[in-house]
Ligand binder design. Sequence first.
Ligand code: NDP
Length: 298
Amino acid sequence: MEANEGGQVKTAFIGLGAMGYPIAGHIAKKFETLVYNRTFAKAQAHAAEFGSRAVGLEQTAEAQVLFTCVPISKDVDELARQLLPHLRSGAVWVDHTSGEPALAKETAALLATKGVTYLDAPLSGGVAGAKNAKATVMVGGDKAAFERVKPVMETYAAKIVQVGPLGAGHAVKAVNNALLAVNLWALSEGMVALVQQGVDAGLALEVINASSGRSNVSENLFGSRVVSRAFPNTFALGLLAKDLGIANQVFQEAGTPAPLLRQLREFFEIAKLEIGSTDVDHTAVARLLERWAGVEIH
Ligand code: NDP
């Protein structure tokens, strides 16, 4: 990858949401970084905070490494189509969206017509991981392109693993988030039953977290979001439900049995309908189980 005149790689980041904003901030501290956001004021705020440069969408095509972190693969594909006439051969497009393997392959083929290599590279670790530069990145795609962009990823990630060919990153992310969802739903079911029987939620959690039923949900989410009643909105319910849809595509394509994880999608679709919003934090499913049980977890 050719460096720019300053001897550094020029990067561009598209999508300054809950994840993209802090991630692009870490990149901007080490690399020249152009930022674009649909709501432009966020790009201007980012430039003021991190020394990145807020630009129009077309100008992001000047970069040698382009990042996207937007809700769904369709958004990425539309951005790729809009940018296609302007892109430069040799660039690498790193997609941090939690997306669909099949559509990502189509986007990759489109970008390849301009000599641009696409990597699916979903993130994990939540907003806290993004802010603390401790994100996990799971990458699918060309190994040589991955090696070229890895130094940029190291500015915000503590764990970076190439998990396989194109689409493999999205597939691993979908399965990971299905596991997050199953733990969240299952712990909510268990806790409403315990609270209904007079058990203190905090004490139950303390014991579970020192026992074999613990998970990231029980250790890092449930106490601070549900038992505390804070429900801070950092990862939207709609995004997790979207990931379960992608997981179902992965199971479908694999043709392997997944009766539990496939069913989970239905649970979260019902949750979206019953809660009446996709914008609430994903931990709001606990509130739904509380409503069904007629108890509050605290
Ligand atoms: P947010 O909703 O906070 O941000 C989405 C970003 O994408 C915003 O910058 C938004 O712009 C932009 N955007 C939305 N639609 C379009 C579009 N059609 N074209 C261009 N830009 C668009 O999402 P997150 O940052 O939470 O999530 C981004 C991705 O990361 C998702 O795929 C999510 O599943 C994944 N993820 C999220 C995690 C989390 O904890 N939040 C953790 C790990 C992965 P605007 O400002 O104008 O709305």
